[in-house]
Write a new protein. Structure first.
Length: 288
C-alpha cells in the first residue's frame, strides 16, 4: 500500500523507524525486533539505508520482513557518494520486491566521508527526479523544523524545501525535535510558502542521556529547558531516564495531535519496548 493513500484518510497515524544491522549475521535479530514492533500496529515502518549507503544491501531484506509481517514498508534511499547506476539497481530491486514507498534523502556524511571527484548527486531533489523517472513510487522527503545544518537561514531552507517538494514528493517527515513550538512555526512557514503535502512529525524518545548530543548534531534541534532539567535530574539513572524520556515523547505526541497533527513518526532506535510504552500511552487517542 502507498503511504500517500494512508495519509489521505485523515486519520491519526503513528509509524516507526527501524535500522538494519551492520552485519548480515545479525539480520535475524532485526527481524525479531520487527515482529515485536508490528504488534503495536504502526501505520507503516521505515527502514534506514545507512550513512552513504553503508547498509544498503540489507534494506530490501528488512523491508520485505516488514511487508511479510503485514505492515507497509518505507525504504530509505540516500544518494550521497552514490552513482546513478547504483540508484537504478536499488530501484529495480525495490520494484521487484513490491516495495512501493521510498524516503528520498541526500544522506548524512559519515565521519570518514570522502566525496567522489565527480559525484552524480549533490542534493536530494536530483534523486527524487530519478525515482520519479524510474517508476510509480510513493516518495517522501525529509525536512528540518529548526533549519538544515547546511542552510544559512530559515528563508533559504524553506525555499530549498519548496523546490524539493515541487519535484514530486508525496509527503515530508521532519527530523526529530523536542520543542513543539518549533514544529508549529515550521508548519506555518510551510503553509505560507504553499508547501501543501502532508507533514509527518518525527519524534525521538530520548531514553539515554548520551543520545542527546548525537541527536542534536544530526537534526540541528534545540533542547528546551524543560528537557534539560529532566536530563540533569534523571540522566545518571538509566531506568528512570528511560521512563522520563518515554513520558516526555508521549506528551509531545499528545500535544501535537491536540493541535491538529494527525501523523507522527517515532524514531524507535530498534527498541520495541519503548515503542510499545508510547503506543500504550496513546491507545485511546490513536483509536479515537
Amino acid at each position: 500500500m502507498k503511504i500517500s493513500d494512508i495519509l489521505k484518510n485523515n486519520k491519526v497515524t503513528v509509524s516507526f523507524e527501524v535500522f538494519p544491522p551492520k552485519e548480515w549475521a545479525k539480520i535475524e535479530d532485526t527481524k525479531k525486533v520487527i515482529e515485536e514492533m508490528v504488534k503495536d500496529k504502526p501505520a507503516w515502518m521505515s527502514v534506514t539505508y545507512g550513512a552513504a549507503g553503508t547498509t544498503s544491501g540489507f534494506t530490501t531484506e528488512i523491508a520485505n520482513a516488514i511487508k511479510k509481517d503485514g505492515v507497509t514498508p518505507l525504504s530509505h534511499l540516500t544518494c550521497i557518494n552514490s552513482t546513478r547506476d547504483k540508484v537504478n539497481s536499488v530501484l529495480d530491486e525495490l520494484k521487484a520486491n513490491g516495495v512501493e514507498n521510498i524516503l528520498a534523502l541526500r544522506g548524512d556524511k559519515p565521519k570518514d566521508f570522502v566525496p567522489a571527484e565527480k559525484p552524480d548527486y549533490h542534493y536530494a531533489y536530483e534523486l527524487i527526479n530519478d525515482i520519479k523517472a524510474k517508476g510509480d513510487f510513493c516518495i517522501g522527503g525529509a525536512c528540518y523544523p529548526e533549519i538544515h545544518p547546511d542552510s544559512p537561514n530559515r528563508v533559504e531552507d524553506i525555499a530549498r524545501l519548496k523546490e524539493k517538494v515541487d519535484c514530486g514528493l508525496d509527503f515530508i517527515t521532519t527530523q526529530m525535535f523536542f520543542d513543539n513550538d518549533a514544529f508549529y512555526n515550521f508548519r506555518e512557514m510551510c503553509a505560507i510558502k504553499e508547501i501543501n503535502v502532508p507533514i509527518v512529525a518525527g519524534i525521538m524518545p530520548i531514553t539515554n542521556a548520551k543520545q542527546i548530543k548525537r541527536s542534536v548534531e544530526l537534526s540541528n534541534c534545540s533542547v528546551p529547558k524543560k528537557f534539560e532539567r529532566i536530563m540533569e535530574r534523571f540522566g545518571d539513572n538509566p531506568e528512570v531516564m528511560k521512563q522520563a524520556g518515554i513520558i516526555y515523547a508521549t506528551e509531545q505526541i499528545i500535544d501535537l495531535m491536540a493541535n491538529g497533527v494527525n501523523n507522527v513518526h517515532i524514531y524507535t532506535m530498534n527498541k520495541p519496548d519503548v515503542a510499545h510504552k508510547i503506543m500504550e500511552g496513546l491507545s485511546a487517542i490513536v483509536n479515537e
